[in-house]
Design a binder for this molecule. Sequence first.
Ligand code: ADP
Ligand code: MG
Length: 547
Amino acid sequence: MKTFHELGLEAEILNVLDEIKFVNPTPIQEQAIPFLLESNSNLIASAQTGTGKTAAFGLPIIQKIDSNINQIQALILSPTRELALQIAKDITVYSKYEKKLKTVTVYGGASIDTQIRELSRGAHIVVGTPGRVLDLIKRKRLIVGKLRFLVLDEADEMLNMGFKDELDAILAGTPDNKQNLLFSATMPPEMERIAKKYISDAHRISVAKQNIGASTVKHQYYIVQARDRYKAIKRLVDYNTDIYGIVFCRTRMETKEVADKLMADGYNADALHGDLSQAQRDYVMGRFRKKQIQLLVATDVAARGLDVDNLSHIINYNLPDDSEIYIHRSGRTGRAGKEGISISIMHLRENSKLRSIEKMVGKRFEKKEVPQGSEICERQLFHLINKMQNVDIEHERIAPFLPAIYKKLEHLSKEEIIQGFVSMEFNRFLDYYKNAQDLNVSGRPEKGKEPFQRNKGNLQRFYINLGTKDNVGVGDLLSLVSKNLRNREAKIGKVDLLKTFSFFEVDKKYTDKILSSFKGKEFNGREIFVQKAENNEPKRRNKRRSR
Ligand code: ADP
Ligand code: MG
């Protein structure tokens, strides 16, 4: 393995790398850096997410830019604002000792005037999203006539997001003799066409699939009925008490659904998908980074390129159709020599998909059994006991209360006191998992056992005078109901969301609680009205006269 010094990097950069503890170059860096330092030819490079592509193009560009010339010399295009900010942040770090070098970031959803002012103060490197970059070029505020380097980062994602026209327009105004660099995690056929068009005679580097088998990721899978996916996730999360990870879903809809359910069930989760505003995305990501959120439920696109360390688990809510997507997902854990686990929830018919993913990863995946209710209870119990053993006791603050408490508990034995405290915390889990079924599917699917939700016998159906017209979604209703129930383990069944009213099902034994707790409550200034529904099916005919 080579050192950064051997790759030809100058002292100013080597010092930074030393400071930020980049000891050895990653494979893509080892190939791209010397090439870019020596050659002015185009480059097309692909390597999986998390392999250090930013430094692979960033370091040589920083070294080659002449910061005495006050011109934009490098333009780095990236599909999202988060990525643009992350790249700019990395470049600022790497160029710490290149005092004169200036980097400006431009992206939509923020004041263009501020960005124009920053550009007018001079920039050598501009990092931006295609839409805003094009806008600024058209206003003649971002001058690309003297570009020496153009980087398309996460180029495949830019294509997916439909930036093709913007890219065409941006590239049209740049000099022919600049060096074009394309960095991507995958190289789908459409990309090849783009590459041919803009990035002629390119040198190619691909380390996409090589270093995966050697990584520290454990791959595990669980086979359940499709309808039990959510329950299985819940159990895995309950079992892995310190989980910190991303749950990958296929669609925005599914992402929302899973996140809403997890939140309604009292988990520390949130969703990241394309329907969120920029501010919402920043907020969610910030909380996840700070570990205020334990589970981020995300689509592949929304999570692409975001760099979060120390994830304990990746959960594939579904096996992705494309093996490469699996590799990108699982590559987000097990970083920096730490161990990570990539979990897939799948059903029996997905066996061939599993085989092809295993082939690509180059490892057999381990089949695991979804923990039984009793195992989870045991795990939670010992988690609780460990927590108790390690808790910081604030002697001074509790001292005033202790005499009275000791007195009150005087007649109980040590065993009884322990039993009482354990039960208090723990009954929830015992209750929830009391009649929990085995979710594992071994050979053929079990017949006859319907999931709880379908068992109308246990559920009461309610009418509520809120619907899509009130901007209420299924998730909103679920959280409204569970908020009023004040009981995160109460079973909530099907929700039928209609325009002006909706139905939801809740465990029969909470009927009175529901009726009384909603009484007098308001939603957006309108009084909420809940009553028992007569029928078990939505009365769609009544829609019009319901209000
Ligand atoms: P990619 O663009 O390929 O997804 P990034 O450039 O975002 O990957 O890098 C992923 C992470 O690895 C970042 O936290 C980065 O600081 C770190 N990293 C990059 N190169 C090295 C290296 N040579 N040694 C240690 N860490 C590195
Ligand atoms: Mg990157």
